[in-house]
Design a protein around this ligand. Structure first.
Ligand code: PMV
Length: 325
């Protein structure tokens, strides 16, 4: 049996503008997805996801065709990354079958990178099963091949975070792991409003196409925030960081990726002393990250959100990326 796991992530800044070539600042979190791989007696790729409640078996030919078909099942991308991984390590998918089962601690469709963490852990579990190794860059790229099927034109930031762990600065396909050890003590609140990254990215693109000068300037402003945040995190200047989060949220609202549930969470957090809050990931629902002013404010915000039917949790920062066992 092969086993691997990979972390989810939060985007501190740079969602959407990263698609247009600007930098993003991402941090891996302690929630992980676990994948277990075993050989099948017949060719084929079986994906079993407890969280998606899916058990699907693909023939190799079906997986080869996935690239040309609309996404049918939420596990298509995983089957595709699995097939590409087999090919990469010199195993013929027409001869060797595998079964992969996944269990995840990362909420689904919430902007915490669950799909990329699944893909990276699938690649890792196959490497573990066949006792092969690949570079981090190769693992991330194999996961990315599946992410393209799932999300259209993803930036690649999620699979990079799931592979490398830590704080990452991501720009135009280039990932640099930042030498920051400081934890940003954020609360994550899941609005429980599901959303689809692909549709949100496409909507921003439509706005951009119809008002390129205006939206272009907003994306440019968004693109300045990650570097400013890196600076404030390194200096532990949480007041500055909170201000940047608020500016970031305002700009994201103006490109149409806000949601009234996000605004409700943000206003409750503000009322109870948050230094700043913003959506994380594609928006339109999903998760909000909140920077409380201190421990009392953190407890108060958590309690107030709970009273309004929202759940929040403190994520731990994770220095560790993919773990192949
Ligand atoms: O919501 P998520 O975790 O899928 O993040 C999407 C981030 C975007 O910038 C909106 C898209 C991308 O591919 O980077």
């Amino acid at each position: 049996m092969g086993k691997a796991s990979a972390p989810g992530k939060i985007i501190l800044s740079g969602e959407h503008s990263v698609v247009y070539g600007y930098p993003a600042l991402v941090s891996a979190v302690s929630l992980r997805c676990f994948a277990y791989a075993s050989s099948l007696p017949e060719p084929g790729i079986e994906i079993i996801s407890k969280d998606l409640e899916v058990r699907q078996i693909y023939s190799p030919t079906e997986v080869y065709q996935l690239k040309d078909l609309p996404l049918n099942s939420k596990t298509d991308n995983l089957a595709f990354s699995a097939l590409k991984t087999l090919e990469k390590i010199g195993i013929n998918p027409l001869k060797q079958g595998i079964s992969i089962s996944l269990e995840s601690e990362i909420p689904i469709s919430a902007g915490l990178g669950s799909s990329a963490a699944s893909a990276v852990s699938v690649v890792g579990a196959i490497l573990s099963l066949f006792k092969k190794s690949l570079s981090s860059n190769e693992i991330s790229s194999l996961a990315f091949e599946g992410e393209i099927l799932a999300h259209g034109t993803p930036s690649g930031v999620d699979n990079a975070a799931a592979t490398y762990g830590g704080y990452l600065r991501y720009e135009n396909g280039n990932v640099s792991k930042l030498d920051i050890a400081n934890e940003v003590p954020v609360l994550v609140c899941n609005t429980m409003v599901p959303r689809e990254t692909k549709a949100l990215v496409a909507n921003v693109r439509k706005r951009y196409d119809s008002s390129p000068n205006i939206i272009g300037q907003i994306l440019k402003a968004l693109g300045q925030i990650p570097n400013a945040m890196i600076d404030s995190i390194a200096k532990q200047d949480f007041i500055a960081l909170g201000n940047l989060m608020e500016i970031n949220q305002g700009l994201l609202d103006s490109i149409g990726v806000g949601h009234h549930a996000i605004h409700k969470v943000i206003s409750i957090a503000k009322e109870f002393g948050a230094l700043g809050s913003k959506l994380t990931g594609a928006g339109g629902g999903g998760c909000v990250i909140i920077l409380p002013s201190d421990e009392d404010s953190e407890n108060e915000i958590h309690r107030a959100l709970k009273e309004q039917g929202f759940d929040s949790f403190r994520t731990r920062f994770s220095q560790e990326g993919v773990r192949i066992e």
